[in-house]
Design a protein around this ligand. Structure first.
Ligand code: BGC
Length: 370
């Protein structure tokens, strides 16, 4: 019998139903660890779930525990665990495989059957709890010096996968030395994408609606990228002022931008689409021009979702690089800290005007970035 613990839940069918609930916490199985939750990030997907546009409860349950961006400390491990020890900091991956061929081959992020589960999103409880258990294969160690930013590994893993996809796709070319990139959107994914592409040495233009100054614009500038507000410069104006655009990440949440991105992509370029757009919006698009330019320019448009362990691990390494290049900068993505269960009802309005909201669960004051 496990102890009862608290968790932040929704009724997935009911918009605005965030509440604190209780659930049983069993001890870890032989290959599992019990993780005490320190901090959980809130993202656009959580907001879609809160608005009842996305998300399902586990089979037989009414409630879904939210949260898929976690930083925690191992509290106990099962008898067969040798790779992690109590006290270790970890994050956890999100998706759990079904039995499809790609999942069985270790690529649950490319699941063919679509019957996977995702913790905190689809059919499995998430991490906005006092603690959770998980098989150690889904836990990623975080070095102690990355404690202030470890909660960003999950969103960074999404960008790592996006970049990995672009790189794999561009093996079609005998040479690909990307110089110029556009990032559409300056939310957490857009900003982490900006940092990654800057770390890779690209000239990066990050396009967002809000005029500078604002926290996102400050981060973009500090990483040596260019923040462009659509209030001052249109996407078309930006594109016409740039050399060949080799890579675009789309992360605005507005599907119209995906089509603008197709028009803006340079010869041999790759556009990676990352926005999970709810709703059934329709667009009037210049279909002939887009089609022609994709064909004549050998351009690739690719969707990318989720990430696997490899992307989480490269995200951890990348965070260390970010700290080396721009000490303390990545932590400034966290613009709002809420108190775990006390402020749970406020997560629906999280990050208005800011970048990333986190819920603090361990009761201790956040440490200053190194
Ligand atoms: C998560 C992904 C997940 C996707 C769709 C995103 O917010 O980061 O892990 O696959 O939502 O559910």
């Amino acid at each position: 019998m496990g102890a009862d613990i608290m968790g932040v839940a929704v009724f997935p069918e009911q918009a605005g139903s965030v509440h604190v609930t209780e659930l049983a916490q069993p001890g870890p199985g032989p290959d599992e660890a019990l993780v005490r939750v320190r901090r959980v990030g809130v993202c656009g997907t959580d907001k879609e779930i809160i608005d009842a546009k996305f998300g399902t409860a586990p089979p037989g349950a009414q409630e879904l525990i939210l949260g898929h961006e976690v930083l925690g400390t191992i509290e106990a491990v099962g008898d067969d665990v040798t790779t992690l020890r109590p006290g270790d900091l970890v994050t956890a991956t999100v998706r759990r495989p079904d039995g499809c061929p790609t999942c069985r081959a270790g690529q649950s992020d490319m699941c063919l059957w679509g019957t996977y589960t995702e913790r905190g999103i689809l059919g499995a409880h998430g991490y906005m709890t006092e603690s959770f258990t998980e098989h150690v294969r889904y836990l990623i160690p975080i070095p102690p010096k990355l404690e202030p930013v470890g909660v960003l590994v999950e969103p960074l893993s999404v960008v790592e996968k996006a970049y990995r996809q672009a790189t794999l796709i561009q093996r079609r070319l005998a040479v690909w030395t990307p110089q110029t990139a556009i990032v559409l959107g300056a939310g957490p994914i857009g900003l982490l994408g900006t940092l990654l592409l800057r770390e890779q040495g690209l000239d990066v233009y990050t396009l967002a609606r809000t005029s500078a100054p604002n926290p996102a614009a400050t981060i973009v500038a500090a990483a040596g990228a260019h923040y462009v507000s659509t209030r001052d410069t249109s996407f078309a104006e930006l594109r016409s002022s740039l050399p060949n655009v080799d890579l675009i990440f789309e992360s605005t949440g507005a599907s119209a931008l995906a089509f603008d991105g197709m028009e803006s992509l340079g010869i041999n370029g790759v556009l990676v689409l990352l926005s999970i757009t709810g709703g059934n919006g329709r667009q009037d698009i210049p279909a002939d021009a887009i089609n022609r330019s994709l064909v004549l320019g050998n351009k690739v448009v690719v969707g990318s979702v989720n990430a696997v362990t490899e992307d989480f691990s490269s995200g951890v390494r990348r965070l260390s690089r970010f700290e080396h290049l721009w000490p303390g900068l990545t932590a400034t993505l966290i613009t709002e800290r809420l108190r775990g269960f006390d402020d749970a009802h406020r997560i629906a309005e999280a990050a208005t005007g800011g970048v990333k909201t986190v819920l603090e669960f361990d009761g201790s004051a956040p440490r200053a970035p190194h």
